[in-house]
Ligand binder design. Structure first.
Ligand SMILES: Cc1cc2nc3c(=O)[nH]c(=O)nc-3n(C[C@H](O)[C@H](O)[C@H](O)COP(=O)(O)OP(=O)(O)OC[C@H]3O[C@@H](n4cnc5c(N)ncnc54)[C@H](O)[C@@H]3O)c2cc1C
Length: 313
C-alpha cells in the first residue's frame, strides 16, 4: 500500500473532470485527476458533437475529449489512469480516497466528476448501431433526424420529455411503451398525448434494431397479442434512465433515490465540507457536455475558495 497527500483530487475525466482540472491547475492547486475506466467519459462513445460551443463545424466526441485533456495537461494537471475504489470522508479536514484498491490519496478537497451511464435495453443490435442511429440522448442527436421518422423507448418523465423534443424536429415519433400506461407525471403524459405526430405503442417491446451500418427500422412485438411489426424509422432513442457512477460515495454523500449527488443550490458543495460534485453525477436534468463543463468550473472555484478560507492555499 502506497500513499500520498495532494491538495485537490479530481475523480473522473469527462467534460466536468477535465474542466475542473483546467481551472484548478490555473489556480495553482496542482490537481491530481484519475481518469477511471472510461478516459474522456461518455463522449468517447459518440461520433459527431455539434452543440458544444467553440467547434463551429462540430467535432468527433473522442477528439473533443483529447482536446480537453491536452488543455488540462498544458497547465500542469497531473492526469493518471486509475479507478477510485473506496473513500473515507469521516475526517472532514483530510479526505481519503483509495485508487485501484492499494494507493491511498489524502486530500482536503475532492471533486467528484464520475458522471453517469445511460441504461440500455441490452440488445446486440442496439449496441452495434450505437452512434449510427441508436442514441440515448434526444437533445444531443435529435437534430440528425430532422423530418425523419424515429422511435423512442421508455414511459417515464425523461422518455416523455425526449419524445416531445423529438416531435418538434421529426416527422413522426413512435413511443414504445412496455406497459399499458406511462409512468410519467400527468402533465408530461398529457403533453405527449396531445402531440399529433407522436404515436404511442402500448404493451410493446423492442425485439431488434434493424440495419447493418445504420438504423433502417425497428422490430417490435406486442406482448399481449404476440404480434411482431416493423417500424420504418431511421433513429432509435433509448430513454429508460441513467445510473450515476456514485456507488462508492453513498456511505457519506447525500444523494437522491436514483443516486444523483445532492449539491447545495447554486454551488457544487456536498454535505461533506471539502467534497464537491459536478457534471452528470449530480445532474439528472440537463446531462450535457456544456453543463458538465460549467459545473466542473464551479467545482474548481469552490475548491479553491475552500482551501483559501482554511488557509491551505
Ligand atoms: C452516446 C452519447 C452521446 C452524447 N452526445 C452529446 C452531445 O452531442 N452533446 C452533449 O452536450 N452531450 C452529449 N452527451 C452527454 C454527455 O456525454 C454528458 O453529459 C457528459 O459527458 C457528462 O460529463 P461528465 O464529466 O459529468 O461525466 P462523463 O462524461 O460520464 O465522465 C465520467 C468520468 O468519470 C470516470 N469515473 C467513473 N467512476 C470513476 C471512479 N470510480 N474512479 C475514477 N473515475 C471514475 C469515468 O471513467 C469518466 O472518465 C452524450 C452522451 C452519450 C452517452
Amino acid at each position: 500500500m502506497s500513499s500520498e497527500k495532494v491538495s485537490c483530487l479530481i475523480i473522473g475525466s469527462g467534460p466536468a473532470g477535465y474542466t475542473a482540472a483546467i481551472y484548478a491547475s490555473r489556480a495553482g492547486l496542482n490537481p491530481v485527476l484519475y481518469t477511471g475506466g472510461q478516459p474522456g467519459g461518455q463522449l468517447t462513445i459518440t461520433t459527431d458533437v455539434e452543440n458544444y460551443p467553440g467547434y463551429p463545424e462540430g467535432v468527433q466526441g473522442p477528439q473533443m475529449m483529447m482536446d480537453f485533456e491536452a488543455q488540462a495537461r498544458r497547465f500542469g494537471a497531473d492526469i493518471r489512469y486509475g479507478l477510485a475504489t473506496k473513500v473515507d470522508f469521516s475526517d472532514s479536514t483530510l479526505h481519503k480516497v483509495w485508487i485501484d484498491g492499494d494507493h491511498l490519496i489524502e486530500s482536503p478537497t475532492v471533486i467528484i466528476a464520475t458522471g453517469a451511464a445511460a441504461k440500455w435495453l441490452g440488445l446486440e443490435s442496439e449496441q452495434r448501431l450505437n452512434g449510427h442511429g441508436v442514441s440515448a440522448c434526444a437533445v444531443c442527436d435529435g437534430f440528425f433526424f430532422r423530418n425523419q421518422e424515429v422511435a423512442i423507448v421508455g414511459g417515464g418523465d425523461t422518455a416523455c420529455e425526449e419524445a416531445s423534443y423529438l416531435a418538434k424536429l421529426c416527422k413522426k415519433v413512435y413511443m414504445i411503451v412496455r406497459r399499458d400506461e406511462l409512468r410519467a407525471s400527468v402533465i408530461m403524459q398529457e403533453r405527449v398525448k396531445s402531440l399529433p405526430n407522436i404515436e404511442i405503442l402500448w404493451n410493446t417491446e423492442t425485439e431488434e434494431v434493424l440495419g447493418t451500418n445504420e438504423v433502417v427500422g425497428v422490430k417490435v412485438k406486442n406482448v399481449q397479442t404476440g404480434e411482431s411489426t416493423q417500424l420504418d424509422v431511421t433513429g432509435f432513442f433509448v430513454a429508460i434512465g441513467h445510473k450515476p457512477n456514485t456507488d462508492i460515495f453513498k456511505e457519506y454523500i447525500d444523494m437522491d433515490a436514483a443516486g444523483y449527488i445532492q449539491t447545495v443550490k447554486g454551488s457544487t458543495k456536498t454535505n461533506i465540507t471539502g467534497v464537491f460534485a459536478c457534471g452528470d453525477a449530480q445532474d439528472n436534468i440537463y446531462r450535457q457536455a456544456i453543463t458538465a463543463a460549467g459545473t466542473g468550473c464551479m467545482a474548481a472555484l469552490d475548491a479553491e475558495r475552500y482551501l483559501a478560507e482554511k488557509g491551505l492555499h
